[in-house]
Design a protein around this ligand. Structure first.
Ligand code: KG4
Ligand code: ZN
Length: 332
């Protein structure tokens, strides 16, 4: 089954052709990071406008690189949420027009399902398993029962993990997106500063990141106000360690509780080498198998959207009607 995937939920215009949810025949990403960096984050209006400019070329490039035509596709898949509404609308409208014109079924894919499916492209894993989903918009521990049914075991009470990296980077004067910048800076520092970790009392698998961000901000502002020396690399390393400890601890708490032996990490933050290494250590200790996508498939891409649509189709999910709308938020 050949699926053309389209993704435009944030600042990447992407299209990909994937065979049977497994083989990536092409994977084109037009990133707008350089455009948004000067504003310190994604500007929704500018993102939508650039998706409009890029989408036709990106989709054509994906078909050309796969050496296939639209007529060869068995289905079209598009991210319908969650994300920036105006940005999503560009992909959804374009995909609907393609599906209508070429008389192809259209799959409406949740961005979250897409991130989860990124691991199916790279690894032979089958549900059930535990997935730590960490991106700019979400932080969740999910029990993946099958390709369609997920149970939310823990989630963030405030900021998403990626958002915490981005905000901390901003405090330290680092450019957008902050995750890779914090990771790079942290590699040159030591986690010498203790930032208090908020405990979420009633639901111990939940996370809270906004307190950590505030702790970093207070530390940096105090140092600046008192004119005392502060090593930004140590701040980055200490923040990263605290955030990753929270993620890893809760994920493996869920693993122990469910007795499952496979753990996946997905979403943009799964690109973080420190998170991967810390999770590897615990997985090894308890004899669990840990998987995460290759770097290119961690952050937003369309191959994961096409893969997710394949698993929707084999699970019996009906294609979307042509009145499909985009949605800024989608329940996990
Ligand atoms: O999945 P993604 O590309 O977009 C969303 O769905 O949100 O995730 C983007 C997020 C950003 O917050 C970015 O800072 C973070 O993932 N990120 C990282 C790393 N690479 C991207 N966070 C920590 N370490 C990284 N290496
Ligand atoms: Zn994403």
């Amino acid at each position: 089954m050949l699926i053309l995937g389209i993704e435009s939920s944030c600042d990447e215009t992407a299209a990909a052709v994937v065979k049977d949810g497994k083989t990536v025949l092409s994977d084109v990403i037009a990133s707008q990071i350089d455009i948004h960096r000067r504003f310190g984050g994604v500007v929704p209006e500018i993102a939508s406008r650039n998706h409009t400019l890029q989408i036709a070329g990106v989709v054509n490039e994906a078909l050309t690189r796969a050496n296939l035509k639209l007529a060869d596709m068995d289905a079209i898949a598009v991210t319908c949420g969650a994300g920036l509404l105006g940005a999503l609308l560009v992909g959804v409208s374009y995909a609907k027009a393609l599906a209508y014109g070429a008389k192809k079924p259209l799959y409406a894919v949740s961005h979250i399902k897409g991130h989860i499916a990124a691991n199916y492209l790279a690894h032979d894993i089958t549900p059930p398993y535990i997935c730590l989903l960490v991106s700019g918009g979400h932080s969740a521990i999910l029990k993946i029962d099958d390709y369609e049914n997920f149970k939310l075991l823990g989630t963030t009470r405030d900021d998403a993990a990626g958002e915490a990296f981005d905000k901390t980077a901003r405090i330290l004067g680092l450019p957008y997106p902050g995750g890779p910048e914090i990771e790079r800076l942290a590699a040159t520092g030591k986690p010498t500063i203790t930032f208090s970790r908020p405990s979420v009392k009633d639901k111990d698998l939940d996370f809270s990141f906004s307190g950590l961000k505030t702790a970093v901000m207070n530390y940096v502002e105090n140092a600046r106000a008192r004119n005392t020396s502060m090593n930004p690399a140590d701040v980055a390393a200490s923040f990263q360690k605290t955030a990753v400890d929270m993620l890893v601890e809760n994920t493996f708490k869920a693993v122990r509780r469910t007795g499952l032996k496979t753990v996946a990490i997905a979403g943009g933050v799964s690109a973080n080498a420190y998170l991967r290494a810390e999770a590897e250590k615990v997985a090894y200790e308890i004899g669990a198998r840990l998987v995460y996508p290759p770097l290119r498939l961690c952050t937003d891409n369309a191959a994961m959207i096409a893969a997710a649509a394949y698993y929707m189709s084999i699970s019996g999910v009906a294609p979307a009607a042509l009145d499909l709308d985009a949605s800024a938020s989608i329940p996990l």
